[in-house]
Design a binder for this molecule. Structure first.
Ligand SMILES: C[S@@+](CC[C@H](N)C(=O)[O-])C[C@H]1O[C@@H](n2cnc3c(N)ncnc32)[C@H](O)[C@@H]1O
Length: 210
């Protein structure tokens, strides 16, 4: 999936994945992870998610990576946060009020730019990527995380061949095989979800590096 695809989607405002409310599973499960509030939370492929606000309101600093500057600028504007902008290697960095956005490609993010990640919140990153990229995504995330990292992963499983991706179909077996043996995955809960009119199942997992 080329970066251009996502940048154009944001330009065309085709962002059906975006929710204007906090994700119920984030609200329900985040505190069960017992992550110290002093630990910044990394949010890969973050869009302009409201969930970043929920995490920041809890007390965490929030670090996101997102291809679209339009998405990131919209986040700051919609949440009435003034922002500083600077260049950091291949990334434009937007900073303000405890949020840092790296604007650029997740796969270009290396330890040169970001402190080791001890906490992750991932909603809908896997389903944004085709199969080979999903494998690379998890491999790459691993290179950025500490040996004790912990996180919350929310993904959707659905069966509907006629829906043209994204979202890509990522079934629970694949999620397991992607993260094993690096992480222990515990299923925290499931709920019904609609994907472009098809009924799917949203799954929430605790991720813990073994
Ligand atoms: C399905 S959306 C999910 C957004 C967000 N996590 C949410 O819950 O609203 C995927 C997002 O990832 C971004 N994206 C896709 N590929 C990316 C990449 N390689 N690096 C950074 N961002 C990427 C897209 O621009 C899009 O905003």
């Amino acid at each position: 999936m080329e970066p251009k695809f996502w940048i154009e989607r944001w330009e065309a405002n085709r962002i059906g994945f975006h929710e204007d409310v906090f994700h119920p599973m984030l609200c329900k499960y985040w505190d069960t992870l017992s992550i110290d509030l002093s630990v910044p939370v990394f949010v890969p492929l973050c869009g302009k998610s409201k969930d970043l606000v929920w995490l920041r309101n809890r007390g965490h600093e929030v670090v996101g990576v997102e291809l679209s500057e339009l998405a990131a600028q919209a986040f700051f504007k919609e949440n009435d946060i003034s922002v500083e902008r600077h260049q950091d290697g291949p990334f434009v960095c937007l900073r303000g009020a405890g949020y840092t956005f790296f604007i650029g490609n997740f796969f270009d993010l290396t330890p040169e730019f970001i402190d080791p990640i001890a906490a992750v919140y991932d909603r809908a990153a896997l389903i944004a990527l085709p199969s080979e990229m999903r494998r690379n995504y998890v491999r790459h995330l691993k290179t950025l995380c500490t040996a004790e990292a912990i996180g919350l992963l929310i993904t959707i499983s659905y069966q509907f061949d006629e829906v043209s991706p994204p979202p890509f179909v990522v079934d629970p077996e694949e999620v397991k095989s992607l993260y094993n043996p690096w992480c222990k995955l515990d299923l925290l809960g499931t709920s019904e979800a609609k994907v472009k009119g098809a009924i799917g199942c949203e799954l929430s997992y605790r991720l813990r590096v073994r």
